[in-house]
Write a protein that binds this ligand. Structure first.
Ligand code: ADP
Ligand code: ADP
Ligand code: ZN
Ligand code: ZN
Length: 844
């Protein structure tokens, strides 16, 4: 009977049903998400896309999955608390590929992350020839009995061929000198005394100062070094003691800086170099290493030549190449070589060779489709961009052949040139074909157009968003009156916001000229960046955009002030009027809750003064300082002005809850007693500072717009499209794009003709309407005389640029040159440019 029942299951659900979602700004929404389909989520930034995709769908999908695990395991992953939603029905186990990931481990390379190295290890453990300890050649056919002692036929000595494990640099195959990282750290002597005009007493020796060996100053004095004269005046002998002096014990009278008490101590002298070496030897984690990183230079490991592998792991050869040699190939070069392996293998093992090669084909193909063919397998993951890392993850997810899972992808198009979007769509198609569901948050119109079902969040950001304003097929959304993406989807509307410079006038104000030598796969370059213009650097992934802007131009301009050295590969830089360079990245602002929109933008400083000027504050003798929630006397005593307190629950990670006294306002009750009159309001209409911090920037304008300096700062935030943020919002919770624009708020000045601003893909996370705002901000910088350089794939930004530098033509070895430079129209006519066809369509 019961077996019958099992067969009579109700029809498979076809949608995930979300009921009453209230995560972040979501307005108690209900939404149906089709299963087994490609679902796109669109909306302006801050409208609630991530809150729905990650905060509801992924959070619930992963929580269900965790619920199935043992209680013990679940307890340990306590951050998966229930999302603020009434119910979510039929949600499958969810996986997410996010933009921001933890920094990859030092042992991760493109080869390990893509899992291709696993196959190569099998190949080398089974199919390679090598030498036995007596120096005799052992043919590959002897390796088949993997891991068994092999008796070398020539000399009858017994030994083991290296197994796959012994070929792994994150295991027993690691080079013993560098521990499988390929680099060794050495003390950078020039960093130890960065400023020779200081005396040792003033802290000239940075390693002593930073590594808390202040008492070394006393010891070095005992050793006969003058500590009260500028370091540059020390004799060679004195310097030698500082840097190389022997580890002698000295008896000193040590005065504790805290208590002032003097104690007698026997202490061993650590010279400036040994101080660092000693710290290095004690480092156990990345964090510790970071602390001393500035005293170190990384050198390629002399023993393994940077290959990370032990000599034994490098000994097996196929086609005269070791595993280390093969990982120097780019992904695109790999298929040609592996195809050759079965050909040259003896008959007995060519079957094995054939099957390993066969298994590698599909994953290689997939990664190529995603535009990663230019990466070498030995490339350290830490040097890959977020977009590249995310695509490696994506390819791996497809290969794992899950079925019935929900994939939540957060802007997979970042870092992708238009030519690679098809590959990305192909991979998402494969996930669907395997019976999975895919939800993708993206802004790329081409990605959105491919969706089977669209959900548009909006209408605006923050409190003015959080509802579904359109949903259905692309065509249905296009016909929805309230949709804000419809006109962009149908191609009716383009982002055109600025007047561009003509090619005749392009260089009227002059240029920054830079010449570089070859680096990575990027050839020697000679570039001119026009002053006071918006210049965009475009090109397929791996073509050299990052190398040109972030590794060459910016570091070449930075030393101007700091008197530091030029990067080794930069041969010449003529900065002219540019004296400052400012990279505006999308990294989160701050890690602690004390930084808010109001403090970061400087609005709070002005507000504090305004409130201190009220008669109520004067009567109580409260100065501007009293109104600081971080240090002022009006801050909430319970939470010390953080607005929250940490509960220390046994066996669980600390849980932060809103402060029970101030309910998150950060202020003591007295702060509410000091109020200001609202402009144009009746006399009874007054507002207190804590209440003001709960307002959005737009609202605050109505309450304190009469204070000129406050109004000026609020207006800048509005101009940057941040009018919807509340003043008290903690900055670490802001999205990358919001953080990027907020950083600009404190940078806007009237005359910026001496400044170069650089942006790396500023359109990440931006809806076309947000791109308009961004372009307005860039225009404002240009109006102030600034020179703006942007790395970007977004065609709206490209089409709105004055000057375009297109790198390529391809990525990697086939790229690294400037293919075209000029106005968008000029670049559009260059046949070799991979970007040109897309610009032509965009400008049409
Ligand atoms: P989108 O993905 O559309 O850019 P989000 O879902 O990230 O928008 O954000 C929607 C709103 O929720 C925004 O106002 C944002 O500031 C707010 N928000 C996002 N994350 C958090 C958080 N961790 N805590 C509080 N508010 C948040
Ligand atoms: P883009 O920014 O256009 O994607 P990049 O400037 O990042 O291109 O890369 C250009 C080339 O230099 C690529 O072949 C890339 O693999 C290589 N490359 C970039 N950074 C490194 C690095 N740290 N180590 C080795 N190769 C690198
Ligand atoms: Zn090594
Ligand atoms: Zn409090």
């Amino acid at each position: 009977k019961s077996s019958r029942r099992a067969g009579e299951r109700s029809p498979q659900p076809t949608t995930i049903e979300v009921r009453g979602a209230r995560v972040h700004n979501l307005k108690n929404i209900d939404v149906s998400v089709p299963l087994g389909r490609l679902v796109g989520i669109a909306g302006v930034s801050g409208s609630g896309k991530s809150s729905l995709a990650l905060g509801v769908l992924y959070a619930e999908g992963s929580r269900r999955y965790l619920d199935a695990l043992s209680t013990y395991t679940r307890r340990r992953i306590a951050q998966y608390e229930r999302a603020k939603v009434d119910e979510v029905l039929h949600v499958p186990a969810a996986l997410s590929l996010r933009q921001r990931q933890a920094t990859p481990s030092v042992h991760s390379t493109f080869g390990t992350a893509s899992e291709l190295l696993n196959y190569l290890r099998i190949m080398f453990s089974r199919l390679a020839s090598h030498e036995c300890p007596n120096g005799h050649h052992v043919p590959p056919t002897m390796n088949v009995a993997l891991g068994l002692p092999i008796t070398c036929p020539v000399c009858a000595a017994s030994f083991c061929a290296p197994g796959a494990e012994e070929l792994a640099f994150n295991s027993t195959g690691a080079c013993p000198t560098c521990g499988g990282t390929g680099v060794v750290h050495a003390v950078d002597k020039s960093s130890l005394v960065p400023d020779e005009s200081l005396s040792i007493d003033q802290g000239a020796v940075a390693s002593w100062r930073q590594l808390m060996w202040k008492l070394m100053i006393q010891i070095v004095r005992e050793l006969g070094v003058r500590t009260d004269v500028p370091f540059c005046e020390l004799t060679a002998k004195e310097r030698d003691i500082v840097f190389h002096g022997p580890a002698e014990k000295r008896h000193i009278l040590y005065q504790s800086p805290k208590t002032g008490e003097a104690v007698e101590l026997d202490f061993t002298y650590f010279n400036a170099i040994y101080t660092v070496e000693n710290a290095l030897s004690k480092v156990t984690d990345e964090k510790g290493l970071k602390r001393i990183a500035k005293f170190l230079t990384d050198r390629t490991c002399p023993d393994c030549g940077g290959t990370r592998l032990s000599a034994r792991a490098r000994s097996p050869l196929i086609d005269h190449l070791s595993l280390a040699d093969v990982t120097e190939f780019t992904l695109a070069e790999l298929p040609g070589w592996i195809a050759w392996v079965p050909e040259i293998s003896p008959d007995e093992i060519s079957g094995i060779a054939e099957s390993v090669v066969e298994e590698m084909r599909e994953p290689i193909q997939r990664l190529m489709q995603l535009g990663l063919g230019y990466l070498t397998l030995d490339r350290a993951s830490a040097t890959l961009s977020t977009g590249e890392l995310q695509r490696v993850q994506l390819a791996r997810a497809v290969r794992n052949r899950t079925t019935g899972a929900l994939y939540v992808l957060d802007e997979p198009s970042i870092g992708l040139h238009p030519t690679n979007i098809d590959g990305l769509l192909g991979v998402m198609g494969d996930l669907l074909e395997d019976g999975n569901s895919v939800v993708v948050v993206d802004h790329d119109i081409r990605v959105l157009r491919e969706a089977d079902h669209l959900i548009e969040m909006g209408p605006r950001s923050g409190a003015q968003g959080g509802t579904v304003i359109a949903q259905g097929t692309v065509e249905e959304v296009e016909r929805t009156k309230d949709s804000r993406i419809a006109a962009f989807l149908s191609g009716e509307r383009h982002v055109r916001v600025r007047e561009r410079a003509t090619s005749d006038a392009m260089f009227d104000e002059g240029t920054i000229h830079m010449e570089t030598g070859p680096i990575h796969t990027v050839g020697p370059l000679s570039v001119d960046i026009p002053y006071g213009r918006l210049t965009t650097v475009s090109g397929v992934s791996g073509s050299g955009k990052t190398t040109l802007v972030l590794e060459s131009l910016i570091p070449a301009l930075r030393p101007l002030k700091a008197h530091a050295k030029l990067p080794a590969h930069v041969r010449r830089i003529e900065p002219g009027r540019v004296e400052q360079v400012n990279l505006i990245d999308a990294d989160p602002i701050g890690v602690n809750v004390r930084s808010t929109v109001s403090t970061y933008s400087g609005v709070l400083d002005e507000l504090r003064r305004a409130f201190a000027a009220t008669p109520e504050a004067k009567a109580r003798e409260l100065g501007a300082g009293a109104f600081s929630y971080n240090t002022g006397s009006l801050r909430c005593p319970t939470c010390d002005g953080t607005g929250q307190i940490s509960l220390d629950v046994q066996f669980l990670p600390d849980v932060d809850i809103p402060c029970p006294t101030c309910h998150g306002s950060r202020y003591a009750p007295e702060a509410y007693e000091i109020t200001r009159a609202v402009p144009d309001g009746s006399e009874s209409e007054r507002i207190a500072l804590p209440d003001l911090l709960e307002c959005t920037v737009d609202e605050a304008m109505g309450y304190v717009g009469d204070v000129r300096k406050v109004a000026a700062r609020l207006q800048i935030l509005r101009d940057l499209g941040l009018g919807y943020l509340t003043l008290g919002e903690a900055t670490p919770a802001l999205s990358g794009g919001e953080a990027q624009r907020l950083k600009l708020a404190s940078e806007l000045k009237r005359d910026q003709s001496d400044t170069l601003f650089a942006f790396d893909e500023p359109t990440i996370g931006l809806h076309p309407l947000d791109v308009e705002v961004l372009l307005g901000v860039l225009q404002r910088l240009v109006d102030n005389g600034a020179t703006v350089v942007v790395i970007e794939h977004d065609l709206d930004v490209i089409a709105n640029s004055d000057y375009l530098i297109d790198m390529g033509p391809e990525g990697g070895q086939n790229g690294g040159r400037i293919v075209a430079a000029g106005t968008p129209e000029q670049v559009a006519r260059v046949a070799r440019s991979r970007t040109a066809p897309y610009i032509r369509v965009e400008l049409a």
